[in-house]
Write a protein that binds this ligand. Structure first.
Ligand code: ADP
Length: 427
């Protein structure tokens, strides 16, 4: 029977009970009492049906009780809803199992934590990497079990835009990369990768570049020395030899600058993680550089704008080299007629060290790669200007070593602004 027919049948049953009770009551002279009695019996029967539903809902695995009419329909409807619900749950559980299985088999440590920082689930790799045991540690606070200060600060600061890379002391030093992804209602997924091999490779590359540059400098100094001596003989030198020797001298000097930059870059990279403790007076550094530039490039206008005398924690040599790289680029890539501005200012809670020129500018397609080693916008540009292609890589590393950020704003034909933005407060 479909549901509207059974509702009608139930209505008919109600009417029948009322009429039959009224008729019987009329025969006995008490129609109202009999109608009330009839309704009472019908309600008791309905209550009995509801009690059966309630009892069955307590044991949903059992088949629904046999019933007819509207009550049978209600049983059927609930039974179907339960079946659908069970099927949806089964599918959801199998998706969860599938995901957990794939996380469980990952070589990276995976830990799921809830809003309060308690462990909900973790895989086998997280036992190897972080010493977590699942399910024994379920419900424990992650920060109580993982006692790594850098991880604590990273976790508490809640800035997960960049992964955390840190050294972990032990029998052998290891390096972990940790990524935290918020999901759901304040829950977080923590990924831990052992990047020791990668970091070691990176150290080897850095050491190799550093060592090669160092080893090449001595023979180069000898070569430059001889070329200088030969060229110093002046008029006694055979004429056809002068031009090639001058070119050799120029190229050897370029090579020396390149080696110097490479060595400097590998030094900055190797001391990057060291805490900076010196207070650097950036404003005075800018003024000193302006005076130096005035001596070397008297024809150029270098404007200084000091809007704050705030000092920053840092390394004087590194910051000075970054600033002079930016200033020399600004002079190199603009004409003598326009000025170059060096500025130190506080803007919206950040301290900005910026160098602005009104030179040739850089097309925006180059900006993402501009700070890569040896990246050149235009090879002929840099060869003309004698650049090594390492200047901006040095600036970027210096900025990173000071927890600062290098920002580049440039427009073709209009000029560029390179800014090292220090977070506030740096002291
Ligand atoms: P380089 O030694 O070649 O100048 P850098 O790393 O300092 O190397 O700069 C990379 C490239 O970025 C340069 O080759 C140049 O094309 C471009 N560049 C850097 N600074 C400026 C600037 N102020 N204006 C225009 N182009 C610039």
């Amino acid at each position: 029977m479909n549901s509207s027919a059974s509702w009608l049948a139930e209505l008919r049953r109600l009417l029948f009970v009322v009429l039959a009770a009224a008729l019987l009551g009329w025969m006995f002279g008490r129609p109202l009492l009999f109608v009330a009695l009839g309704l009472f019996l019908l309600c008791s029967w309905w209550l009995g049906q509801m009690w059966r539903i309630w009892r069955w809902l307590g044991h949903p695995e059992e088949d629904p009780p046999e019933s007819h009419g509207i009550w049978g329909n209600i049983y059927d409807r609930i039974y179907h809803l339960q079946r659908e619900n069970r099927e949806a749950r089964r599918q959801l559980q199998s998706s969860v199992d599938y995901l957990q299985d794939s996380f469980a088999s990952m070589r990276e440590g995976v830990v799921m934590i809830d809003e309060g920082g308690s462990i909900q689930w973790s895989n086998a790799a997280s036992e190897r990497l972080l010493g977590l045991k699942y399910p024994a540690d379920r419900g424990q606070t992650l920060l109580n079990l993982v006692r790594l200060p850098e991880f604590h600060s990273y976790f508490i600061e809640e800035d997960f835009s960049e992964p955390l890379q840190m050294a972990v002391a032990g029998e052998q030093e290891r390096f972990f990369q940790i990524e935290i992804t918020p999901f759901g209602d304040g829950d977080r997924l923590v990924f831990v990768r052992d990047v020791t091999a990668l970091v070691k490779l990176e150290h080897m590359r850095r050491d190799f570049v550093g060592n090669v540059s160092h080893e090449l400098r001595t023979p180069l100094t000898v070569i430059i020395g001889y070329i200088d001596t030969i060229l110093a003989t002046g008029s006694r030198l055979e004429k056809p030899l002068v031009k090639p020797l001058k070119q050799m001298q120029q190229q050897a000097q370029r090579m020396e600058t390149l080696l110097k930059d490479l060595l400097w870059l590998s030094r900055i990279e190797s001391v990057k993680t060291e805490q900076k403790t010196d207070q650097i007076d950036v404003a005075s550094m800018i003024e000193e550089l302006r005076d130096d530039l005035k001596n070397t490039y008297p024809e150029r206008a270098v404007v200084v704008q000091i809007e704050t005398r705030q000092k920053v924690l840092g390394d004087y040599r590194e910051l000075r080299s970054a600033l002079s790289n930016l200033a020399l680029n600004a002079l190199k890539y603009s004409t003598d007629e326009v000025e170059v501005t060096l500025r130190w200012a506080e803007v919206e809670g950040e301290y900005l060290l910026s160098v602005t020129d009104q030179g040739i500018g850089i097309d925006s397609i180059h900006l993402p790669r501009l700070t890569e080693r040896f990246y050149r916008v235009d090879d002929s540009r840099s060869t003309n200007t004698g650049g090594t292609g390492l200047g901006l890589a040095i600036v970027k590393h210096v900025a990173a070593a000071h927890d600062a950020e290098l920002r580049i704003d440039s427009r073709m034909g209009r000029g560029s602004t390179f800014t090292i933005a220090f977070p506030s407060p740096s002291l």
